[in-house]
Design a protein around this ligand. Sequence first.
Ligand code: CO8
Length: 259
Amino acid sequence: TPSFENLLVESRGPVGLITLNRPKALNALNDALIDELVVALGAFDADEAIRCIVLTGSEKAFAAGADISMMANFSYMDVFKSNFIARNWSGITAIRKPIIAAVAGFALGGGCELAMICDFIIAADNARFGQPEVKLGILPGAGGTQRLPRAVSKAKAMDLCLTGRMMDAAEAERAGLVSRVVPLDRLLEEAIEAATVIAGYSLPIVMMIKESVNRAYETPLAEGLIFERRVFHSTFGTEDQKEGMAAFLQKRAPEFKHR
Ligand code: CO8
């Protein structure tokens, strides 16, 4: 396994666990961290023993955004030429196995955007989400103005992006940004339990579900429904469909072959 400067990487059975680890800067994001994250995610994606991934930060911060000390003196040419932010983020969306974000503390700016790029978010009760870029004289640059309105509503997204205020875990759950809120001391356990449930299913089926739900964001409904039906039909060509249904009828637990 490669060693990382900004991440801790370990496996918990079939679950790959990645912890953002720049504690001095509240896990502020820089290109080096995202580069490492793409490598670590790619390694889990390629590892047959891993079937689901959990991405987390510290108790105080999932990530407090892009590193402001790094950005402060950037010029337009600096950010244009280096394709600042977007350069390496597409490596995250290329991952085919599910990624659960387990968010405690601050998820601000790029940190909120990173959580939203994951497949779903489980939040600790101390989590706080926001897009405070407006306060710095910039706007969100890694999907905040695009993924947030799709995840919540135009009203909530405008409110957060324009005022720069933070929303707490309860508000984030009401708004639909997070799938569940759990006590801080249960966060990692709960995320790993959810990932372990997912890891118990057929991996190709799980990847088809991820791919199909993601189509909902990228295609009109009619196209998405056609995509879903094609993939749905294809599941009947898998051994795992035979096994899943046989196990149900025989009142036993399924033993999926493709995991
Ligand atoms: N960048 C660099 N350093 C940071 C950042 C950051 N985003 N956030 C916190 N830190 C540092 C602080 O400077 C401080 O360092 P030091 O101890 O050396 O003074 C340390 O972390 C602890 O922070 P605080 O003392 O401020 O802790 P508090 O508990 O008082 O406050 C807050 C916590 C509210 C999170 C506060 O630190 C804060 O407001 N941080 C900035 C949040 C912010 O504006 N984030 C958005 C950044 S812009 C952005 O993300 C652009 C998005 C584009 C995507 C790019 C992804 C690569």
